[in-house]
Design a protein around this ligand. Structure first.
Ligand code: 2IT
Length: 456
């Protein structure tokens, strides 16, 4: 008979048919937990893994709003509250046309381990809608957010569930969502949402926190292998908030970022996205609402736009050297053929930025072939960690200064790296086994808490 881990993976697939992204992360996480599970037969006796893969609660709801033409629009809304063993559910909202339960569940499941890795008291959850904010007017976005919150408000609260942004949900959307929440409950519950504007309880540094954290994590990974960020040539995908924060921190550490990408293709800038003007332009590009990166090459003529391609073969496309690849766009951005190009480029390092940007087979191949590979749920945990700092700020009616937030965030990222490497060493005899190590380190605290709290 198959072992406990394999049986739960199969069971989860059978219970959630067609939800391939959810199945992908469950398989990746549970497979790497095997050496821990083997040491704890009591986990099977109390069905710990079966409980871990079953959200504590999930709601699906109708969102009705009226567009600028007066036409009635109907979208689906979701919130999956996955695990509250170590704190209130915490995790973003994603607005994108491809959103369906398989995507929200994969994100919610990942969030359990990521949030645990931060060392802060936050559980895992995720939500969103199949609403596409691209091309919508400001008024349409506001009406949609108000309609969405009119249902969501009954499921969230500063000590219950604290949503934030994700793809398609930035400061503007959080503002509209917060305004509607406050209107309904008639209370200034600042800590009910994070990523708020600075004038109403937002935390300095939150916007760049995810990107900064990713680079600090990657820096630890490089240092552990005897190298530094200085003068490293870096290729990333994406051009949103995460990519912007990543670009900014890479610039500060003296690395040379040579690519960004969008749904339209990728940009290669041989001189590097290394000036204040170029880094700031990334925000402008995202803010244009067109969801394309091609205009970068019009603004900065030394750059080339490559239509319809991803940056994973940039080394061969432009005969350039790359030291570090960092997918910062979205899930399943790097497939096996991309992984082969990345390895063929001679790059030694790969660090995920977006959630689950690598397919499971590609990830395994990269781990086998490269010096070190950093996992998203550890590397991008700085965003949610800073969200938790925002929650603390709100509950204490305080305002923390930017440098203090950066200092705390940097410390958190260093600790997360160490936790991953320690677990890699303990269970796999390898301090570079940080992909598996991240799953284990995140799991251990949640498992402890679940065991202590009985069969719930
Ligand atoms: O994927 C993520 O960690 C987020 N979208 C941020 C979650 C949060 O609550 O700040």
């Amino acid at each position: 008979m198959a072992d406990y881990v394999s049986r739960v993976i199969e069971l989860c697939e059978a219970k959630n048919p067609g939800e391939s992204e959810f199945h992908q992360t469950v398989e990746e996480v549970l497979e790497s937990l095997r050496p821990v599970i083997e040491q704890h037969p009591e986990y099977e006796e109390c069905a710990l893994l079966e409980r871990l893969v079953e959200p504590e609660r999930g709601v699906t709801f109708r969102v009705v709003w009226v567009d600028d033409e007066g036409k009635v629009q109907v979208n689906k809304g979701y919130r999956y509250q996955f695990n509250s063993a170590i704190g209130p559910y915490k995790g973003g909202l994603r607005f994108a046309p491809n959103v369906y339960p398989g995507i929200i569940k994969f994100l919610g499941f990942e969030q359990i381990f990521k949030n645990s890795l931060t060392g802060l008291p936050i559980g895992g959850g995720k939500g969103g809608s199949d609403f596409d904010p691209n091309g919508k007017s400001d008024a349409e976005v506001m009406r949609f957010c108000q309609a969405f919150m009119t249902e969501l408000y009954r499921h969230i609260g500063p000590y219950t569930d604290v949503p934030a942004g994700d793809l398609g949900v930035g400061a503007r959307e959080i503002g509209y969502l917060f305004g509607q929440y406050k209107r309904i409950v008639d209370r200034f519950d600042g800590g009910v949402l994070t990523g708020k504007g600075l004038s109403f309880g937002g935390c300095l540094g939150r916007t760049e926190a995810t990107g900064f954290g990713i680079v600090w994590y990657a820096e630890e990974m490089l240092k552990a292998n005897g190298e530094s960020m200085k003068d490293k040539v870096v290729a990333i995908s994406g051009f949103g908030n995460v990519s912007w924060g990543t670009a900014w921190k890479l610039q500060q550490l003296g690395a040379k970022l040579v690519t960004i990408s969008g749904p339209d293709g990728y940009i290669y800038d041989p001189e590097g996205i290394t000036t204040d003007e170029k880094v700031a332009y990334l925000l402008e590009l995202r803010g244009s609402g067109k969801n394309i990166c091609a205009p970068y090459a019009e603004k900065f003529p030394e750059a080339t736009f490559v239509a319809g391609k991803k940056p994973w073969n940039v080394a061969a496309d432009f005969n350039c050297k790359v030291d570090l690849f960092m997918p910062c766009a979205m899930q399943n951005d790097v497939h096996m053929e991309d992984a082969k190009n990345i390895v063929a480029s001679g790059a030694k390092f790969y660090c995920e930025g977006a959630n689950m940007p690598t397919t499971n087979d590609a990830l395994e191949y990269l781990i086998k072939e490269m010096t070190a590979v950093g996992p998203a749920k550890a590397a991008n945990a700085g965003g949610v960690a800073t969200s938790c700092i925002e929650m603390g700020q709100n509950s204490g009616h305080a305002v923390f200064d930017r440098e203090k937030v950066y200092e705390q965030l940097h410390g958190i990222m260093v600790n997360i790296y160490k936790a991953c490497a320690d677990a890699g060493e303990k269970y796999y005899g390898d301090r570079n086994a940080i992909v598996k190590g991240a799953n284990i380190a995140g799991f251990e605290k949640v498992a402890d808490a679940m065991m202590a709290q009985g069969l719930v």
